[in-house]
Design a protein around this ligand. Sequence first.
Ligand code: NAD
Length: 288
Amino acid sequence: MKIAFIGLGNMGGGMAANLVKAGHAVQAFDLSEAALAAAREAGCATFSTAHEACAGADAVVSMLPNGAIVKQVYWDEVIGHAPEGAILLDCSTIDVATAREVISVTEAHGYQMVDAPVSGGIAAAAGGTLTFMVGGSDEAFARAQPILAAMGKAVIHAGKPGTGQAAKICNNMLLAIHMIGTCEAFAMAEKLGLDAQTFYDIASVSSGQCWSMTSYCPVPGVGPVTPADKGYEGGFAAGLMLKDLKLAMEAAEGAGATVALGAHAKAIYEAFAAENAATDFSGIIRTL
Ligand code: NAD
């Protein structure tokens, strides 16, 4: 299949390489010359504009920084340039309203489209082990599924357009809340004279157990190896968590959802990311 790939950054670079490995002809574009050079190295054909990359493509995949850029790319570079009937897949994390708007406009121009944001970071993008949560019609999902499967370990149909983004931000809002809660519990245990490993041994088999504790423990030397064991380097940057929390709060406001803890988590990550945007999000424990 001929697949145009737009946005070859930390995530998109690895994803495009995995499409090549799966036997697709990838027509790649990014604004960055370094990203284009890396894509060529991985076997992609590169182009000097996104619309040239879209010419003749059966599918277009995008992995871009935000909703405004996604809109601009689809309006100016994809619509009218990718062949009518092509399947479009936006894997960027963007707001639900923009995702729905872009799908509705592209479908009005004769394309089929899904929002397909990912869970998993740069290592999962490179290793082809991302989880995709996909919003779109049954027919669009059926066409997108095999393309996404070449870049991930799980591809889940969330429902109608925009529900992929909804799943992503609800999941990450919950993650932020239980990470902060886990950090508070470990910090308080220490102040109460309870050893961190002992608290882990108890709480990990008690009702306080959660993913932030047993899969991503924020305390160095406790639980599996995590970014805490590497000085809070790598992993999921606090700045990206803040981006997702902002999207979550916007969506909550639009939908009239009550998110008191989500709003508080956003305020906490806002303060933390002001100085530590590149630090792993579990590094919040250092502030307690
Ligand atoms: P990145 O900044 O590394 O990559 C974005 C790429 O888009 C850059 O190479 C940039 O040059 C390119 N770009 C920007 N505007 C463009 C345009 N108009 N045309 C073509 N290319 C353009 O970001 P990333 O970490 O790869 O993240 C991409 C998306 O994935 C974001 O929406 C992010 O929220 C989401 N995401 C990231 C992670 C992560 O761990 N990095 C995890 C899950 C989801």
